[in-house]
Design a protein around this ligand. Structure first.
Ligand code: CA
Length: 717
């Protein structure tokens, strides 16, 4: 609940910060950042110019002042509160002594990179009722900086250009149909005087695409759709030719895709390959997930879902594609970190420019960057959905995956992925890619009674499959044992792990490596550490008192090297999986932390977890009503409020909410939407009054079960 208190504080902060700096726009901060400077980013490692550090997005720094021999002396210089308990996923950009970083709700902070002093803040005032349009919280992964401007994609689908010196808005473009459940959480990328941005929303029903805008004016330059127009007619877009030649025939003419857009949303990785003058984009999962509902007529691959697609940088026209998960059924997005590198793959060690990719489906791919040809691929995680890849890189599927309507299927990787958005890195020094990976499984079954079109989350699956309707003592401990994380140091030439480090939780942070063979990574339990990139030996660590999901960066000012990381839980970890862990051990605190050698500032304490974990209402309802409530909860409430009604803390835990205690207040919140301003939109089209009451019976039953199990305290009488 504490998030809501911050909104008022933030509005005051915005007003105070609006009077700004001494820096003119013409030669102001970041005015010298253009395509040539980003292309030469490795020669100016004092800056961190773009989301992945360089156009290859390797997240490898050439700075050498901090190394294995002195990293033990690393300490905190400053930290800055991002004023949110929503998730934080941003990679900061640092240029000309300024740091540009985003918190939740697409809010941009400009900080003095040396001192942490706030120079300006830009709040795009995203309407809070848009929260339910996204799958995974009002997060943002960062900005692009180009020719004196800072660009941010907003959660409600705008691309906004700001003056890098003052934070003043220069232009703003709506990039999506805002009547549909589109969101933007990804960082824009800048190249050749263009800004490219995609979108998300495939869980709720949209058609994915990327758009390139003129960096100076915001005029649209080109757009590429990754699924066909519902009538398969041209859009007048850069994708027309590729869809007519390749895409349209891979879809039937009927099914939910024609109303739900089919998915294929490009919500994260989109990289500029300057050598081949192309943009390489990772596309998302299907909408809806269930292919039998999505495309009942056809049996095609559904291009360009779950694919890596290369587009001409100037025109957006199709160059090549490689589909990693044909006819996706399991939310296996291919949006994860794309990295370009020259690998010694040829005869006598001749180098070849490749794209490396470790998407959700658990295979590590090496593709030729110029042609998209499949060069090699191997599983980096456990699999039940496929037994391997054939010579062309196509998965050899387990047929049981597509027969889940007869027998529920245990999907490994889970739809959350063997690797999600948490950025992977590649070190040219060690020749290894570093994957923040995870082992999770999820039961997939058909929804009893078919799929209702009015579901907000329209997956075409039984969302309750595999979850216990009630839980006994020890259930949470059991769940913790079945999911875990790993940092995998992967040799992309030999296609095998060199070393791995195990974590008790999935969803650990992104990775940074340096020329001194250091590797920095935070974990979901709040420890930020430096490892030896060659063998994984831990060299330094600090508890930052908040779970970490984002990737660190490093930069240099006046000869002094700094390391920075943004903390906060973020996404599916916070919403769907973190529920089984103790919020007091690893809370979700949005902050930026900056370190250097010899510094000794103290890590601030997070605010205490304020909610009293005790039922506020009485248990009621027959076993039948509670069971019905479990089903309705799992379909309508679970993805935000947590499986088994156990929240990880980003959204309110309904078991301890006063709202749950009162039938009328509950109905007003759940069905009428009196808390829409907080993001709790009305569910009157999805739930009848009786169904809402069934959910309340289930939630209170779960609350009292927690008391019985010793996980919560009984109310004081
Ligand atoms: Ca998805």
């Amino acid at each position: 609940m504490k998030a809501y208190g911050w909104v008022a504080a933030l509005l005051v902060g915005t007003a105070l910060a609006s009077c700004s700096q001494d820096i003119g726009a013409a030669d102001g901060p970041a005015s010298g950042v253009d395509t040539a400077r980003i292309a030469a980013a490795d020669k100016t490692p004092q800056d961190w110019l773009t989301y992945g550090g360089n156009y290859e997005e390797q997240r490898h720094s050439r700075l050498t002042a901090i190394g294995p021999d002195n990293v033990s002396d690393l300490g905190l210089v400053w930290s800055h509160d991002l004023q949110t308990s929503h998730g934080v996923e941003a990679t900061p950009i640092v240029v000309d002594g300024m740091m540009y970083v985003t918190g939740a709700w697409s809010i941009v902070y400009a900080l003095d990179a040396r001192t942490g002093e706030q120079k300006w803040i830009y709040d795009p005032s995203v309407p809070r009722e848009t929260l339910a349009k996204g799958c995974c919280d009002a997060v943002n992964r960062g900005v692009a900086v180009y020719r004196g401007k800072v660009y941010v994609g907003t959660y409600d689908g705008r691309l906004v250009a700001l003056d890098a010196g003052t934070g003043k808005m220069l232009w703003s473009k709506v990039t999506v149909d805002q009547s549909k459940p589109y969101t933007i959480t990804g960082a824009p990328r800048a190249f050749k005087d263009k800004i490219i941005i995609g979108n998300g929303g495939a869980e709720l029903g949209v058609r994915g695409y990327v758009t390139a805008y003129d960096a100076a004016t915001g005029d649209e330059e080109w757009r590429f759709y990754f699924t066909p127009n519902p009538d398969k007619k041209p859009d007048g877009a850069a994708s027309d030719d590729a869809l007519a030649r390749l895409g349209n025939a891979t879809w039937g003419d009927t099914g939910a895709w024609t109303t739900d857009g089919g998915g294929g949303t490009a919500w994260d990785s989109m990289i500029f390959d300057e050598i081949n003058d192309q943009v390489i984009v990772g596309t998302g999962n299907a909408s809806p997930w269930n292919a039998k509902v999505r495309d009942p007529q056809g049996n095609g691959d559904n291009l360009f879902l779950s694919s890596v697609v290369a587009l001409d940088a100037d025109t957006g026209s199709y160059k090549w594609h490689f589909q990693e998960t044909p006819r996706d059924m399991l939310d296996y997005t291919a949006t994860q970190t794309l990295i370009l590198a020259d690998l010694p793959l040829g005869d006598a060690g001749a180098r070849r420019r490749v794209v490396m990719h470790a998407p959700k489906n658990g295979f590590f791919y090496v593709l030729d960057a110029r042609s998209g040809a499949f060069l090699s691929g191997k599983a980096f995680a456990n699999q039940t959905w496929a037994s391997g890849l054939d010579a062309k890189g196509r998965p050899i599927e387990n047929p049981a995956m597509r027969q889940f309507d007869r027998t529920p299927f245990l999907a490994i990787p889970a739809p959350a992925g063997a690797h999600n958005w948490n950025p992977m890195a590649y070190s040219p020094k060690t020749g290894l890619a570093y994957i923040p990976a995870q082992d999770m499984a999820q039961m997939v079954g058909e929804r009893p009674g078919g799929t209702k079109a009015s579901l907000r989350w329209n997956l075409g699956y039984d969302m309750a499959a595999g979850l216990p309707p009630t839980y006994s003592a020890g259930t949470l401990e059991q769940i913790r044992k079945t999911i875990s994380g790993k940092l995998i140091a992967w040799d992309p030439v030999r296609q095998k792990a060199r070393w791995t480090r195990a974590y008790p939780t999935p969803f650990n942070g992104g990775v940074l490596t340096t020329a001194t063979n250091l590797l920095f990574q935070g974990d979901a339990m709040g420890t930020f550490r430096a490892l030896d990139a060659a063998n994984g030996t831990e060299l330094w660590s600090m508890n930052l008192k908040s779970g970490i999901q984002a990737a660190p960066i490093t930069y240099e000012i006046d000869g002094e090297q700094y390391v920075a990381i943004a903390t906060g839980w973020g996404t599916s970890w916070a919403l769907n999986w973190g529920f089984a862990w103790d919020k007091a051990t690893a809370p979700d605190v949005g902050r930026v932390f900056v370190f250097k050698l010899g510094a000794r500032a103290r890590v601030p304490d997070p605010m205490a977890y304020l909610v009293e974990e005790t039922p506020k209402g009485s248990r009621f309802g027959s076993p039948t009503q509670i069971a019905a409530g479990f089903r309705h909860y799992s379909e309508n409430c679970m993805v935000c409020h947590g499986p088994m009604a156990i929240s990880s803390g980003v959204t309110p835990d309904l078991r301890w909410s006063g709202v749950s205690a009162d039938r009328n207040v509950w109905d007003q919140v759940v069905r009428t939407g009196i808390l829409s301003g907080n993001g709790m939109v009305p569910f009157k089209d999805q739930l009848s009054p009786d169904e809402a009451e069934d959910i309340r019976a289930y939630v209170l039953d779960q609350a009292w079960l927690a008391v019985e199990n010793g996980d919560a305290k009984p109310p004081k009488s």
